[in-house]
Design a protein around this ligand. Structure first.
Ligand SMILES: Nc1ncnc2c1ncn2[C@@H]1O[C@H](COP(=O)(O)OP(=O)(O)OP(=O)(O)O)[C@@H](O)[C@H]1O
Length: 220
């Protein structure tokens, strides 16, 4: 059981591809680290693995089932199977919504029942915070709400793309412990993308540099 990219080629519009023949596997229940210099394509790979963007070539599979589309066009069985936690909780939340609505939204769109209080408790958000809007909570609290939103979808895999880069050391440690607990308790496979080599070494069973996942086409 794993989330896997097989020979993925991906990029933006007519520009040359950012990723060339990249393969990676994130086994269920494990935390795999991904490092690499800025601008080399980690977020691009994350978005392809999260079934948000389609690869130009190659494929993504979730528990051996190859994804046939992206977003809402992905086959029903894989919808919501990969969740993503982004770097900036403020950029990835609607400032007009309460934390309760933010957490519930993706599950509601997918017409799935969601236990907002339960999932909020799992990430350490007290009920009084659920009525607040993003500007009324700290970055750390908002990132917890984003994690709760991701978990509310019942994902089999979670991709954290520099999700702690804007948080202080103590909040980073708390968030990472929460993610570790989810991986262990729910058998969620996690891809942890970070520039922080110490963080990756501390919590990942395996760490890859993006450059090592890439095989240049023959002749290059
Ligand atoms: N929406 C987009 N349109 C066009 N080019 C893009 C877009 N997003 C990213 N790129 C380009 O693709 C390349 C890879 O970007 P990407 O964000 O995947 O790298 P990254 O390794 O995640 O970087 P960072 O560590 O800074 O987040 C960069 O050259 C970037 O400028």
């Amino acid at each position: 059981m794993s989330l896997a990219a097989h020979g993925v080629v991906a990029g933006y519009r007519r520009r040359p591809p950012v990723l060339t023949d990249v393969s990676i596997s994130v086994p269920a229940g494990t935390i795999v680290g991904l490092s690499g210099p800025s601008g080399t394509g980690k977020t691009t790979l994350a978005r392809v693995l999260a079934l948000l963007d389609a690869p130009r070539a190659g494929s993504v599979s979730v528990d051996d089932q190859v994804a046939t589309g992206t977003r809402f066009a992905v086959q029903r069985e894989l919808r919501g199977s990969v969740a993503m936690l982004f770097q900036s909780p403020r950029a990835s939340t609607d400032p007009r919504l309460s934390l309760r609505s933010i957490i519930a939204q993706p599950a509601e769109v997918a017409r799935r029942p969601v236990d907002v209080e339960g999932v909020a408790a799992r990430v350490g958000l007290t009920p009084d915070l659920l009525t607040r809007r993003p500007y009324q909570v700290s970055d750390g609290q908002l990132q917890r709400a984003c994690l709760a939103r991701a978990l509310a979808q019942g994902p089999r895999y979670l991709i954290c793309d520099e999700a702690t880069a804007m948080l202080d050391a103590a909040t980073t440690a708390t968030l990472v412990r929460l993610v570790e607990a989810e991986a262990a308790a729910q058998d969620v496979g996690v891809l942890l993308i970070s520039h922080d080599e110490e963080l990756l070494a501390a919590c990942c069973s395996q760490v890859s540099a993006l450059a090592d996942l890439r095989r240049e086409p023959a002749g290059h």
